[in-house]
Write a protein that binds this ligand. Structure first.
Ligand SMILES: CC(C)(COP(=O)(O)OP(=O)(O)OC[C@H]1O[C@@H](n2cnc3c(N)ncnc32)[C@H](O)[C@@H]1OP(=O)(O)O)[C@@H](O)C(=O)NCCC(=O)NCCS
Length: 246
C-alpha cells in the first residue's frame, strides 16, 4: 500500500487552547518518525497529536518506544452518493440549514451532548476535563459562524428550538464529509441522527459530490450502527497518539 509522507504543522488552535506550543501530524510511520520529531525540536513543540494508520502496527510500536501514548482509534466510513439510492428519511423532526441566531443554542447542545465525551483530548489525563469538553463546544460554535470551519451546518428544529446539529464540509470536487454531530440528551433516541445522515447525503448530492465520508472513535457504537443502516462501509482507521516533550 502506498502511504503518503508525514504531514506535520504547528497548531494555532491547540497552542491557544492548551497554552503550550502544539503541533499535529498525520501519517506518522517508522520511516518518517525521526523527521516528525526533528520538526518538533526545531519548532520547540511541547505537545504533539499524531495519527498513524492502524495497518502500520510496527510504526505504532515504534511511536510507543519513542514516548507516544495511545489516546484513541478513529474509524472512517464512506458511501457512494451516485448510483446508490438514499434511504427515505422517516424522521419526525424538521432538519434545516443553520440560520443566524442559532449559534448560541448550537453551542449549548454541543456542551450538553459532548460532556465527558471519549475523544483523544479527554483520554489525556494531562488535559483539563472542562477544557476538553470546550473543544467540541467551540468547534460547533465556530462551525456556525465561519465557512473556514464548516461549509454547512444542519439543525434539528423541534418547535423552534435547536435539538441537534450536524456540521458538514466539502473536501474535494468529489467528496463531502459529515464532521461533528450532536443531539441534545433530551432528544436522543428519536432517530434525529439518522435523519441528519440522510439529509447530509442529500446536501452532498446537491453540492455535486459523489462520495461522503464520516469518522468517529471505534467505540462510538451508536453512530456506526446508523452508518451501516444507511449504506456506509468501513474504509480506513487511524491510531491517535499524544507526545509531550518535557
Ligand atoms: C450519537 C448521537 C448523535 C446519536 O443521536 P440520536 O439522535 O440519539 O441517534 P438515533 O436516535 O438516530 O439512534 C441511533 C442509534 O444509536 C442508539 N443510541 C443513541 N444514543 C446512544 C447512546 N448514548 N449510547 C448507545 N447507543 C445510543 C439508538 O438507540 C439507536 O440504535 P437503535 O435503533 O438500535 O436503538 C447522540 O447520542 C450524541 O449526540 N452523542 C454524543 C456526541 C456524539 O457521539 N456525536 C457523534 C460523533 S461526532
Amino acid at each position: 500500500m502506498d502511504l503518503p509522507n508525514v504531514e506535520i504543522s504547528l497548531s494555532t488552535i491547540d497552542t491557544e487552547r492548551w497554552g503550550v506550543q502544539s503541533a499535529r501530524a498525520r501519517n506518522v510511520l517508522s520511516s518518517n518518525l525521526s523527521k516528525a520529531l526533528q520538526f518538533c525540536e526545531e519548532h520547540s513543540v511541547k505537545f504533539l497529536t499524531a495519527r498513524c494508520p492502524t495497518s502500520e502496527l510496527k510504526s505504532a510500536q515504534d511511536m510507543e518506544q519513542a514516548g507516544f501514548q495511545l489516546m484513541d482509534t478513529l474509524v472512517y466510513y464512506s458511501r457512494k452518493l451516485d448510483a446508490v439510492t438514499i434511504p427515505e428519511d422517516t424522521g419526525q423532526v424538521l432538519i434545516r440549514p443553520v440560520r443566524s441566531g442559532d449559534e448560541d443554542q448550537v453551542r449549548s447542545v454541543a456542551s450538553d451532548s459532548f460532556k465527558g465525551y471519549f475523544g483523544h483530548y479527554h483520554a489525556d489525563p494531562r488535559l483539563n476535563r472542562k477544557d476538553c469538553d470546550d473543544t467540541y463546544t467551540s468547534w460547533a460554535y465556530r462551525s456556525c459562524i465561519s465557512r473556514d470551519v464548516a461549509d454547512e451546518v444542519l439543525i434539528a428544529d423541534m418547535n423552534g428550538d435547536v435539538a441537534g446539529f450536524a456540521t458538514l464540509r466539502l473536501n474535494s470536487p468529489e467528496e463531502c464529509e459529515g464532521v461533528l454531530f450532536g443531539v441534545a440528551p433530551s432528544a436522543q433516541g428519536k432517530g434525529i441522527y439518522r435523519s441528519f445522515m440522510i439529509q447530509a447525503m442529500h446536501w452532498g448530492i446537491a453540492q455535486g459530490r459523489t462520495r461522503m465520508i464520516v469518522s468517529t472513535q471505534v467505540n462510538n457504537i451508536a453512530v456506526q450502527k446508523v452508518w451501516t443502516r444507511v449504506g456506509f462501509e468501513p474504509s480506513s482507521s487511524y491510531y491517535t497518539f499524544h507526545k509531550w516533550f518535557d
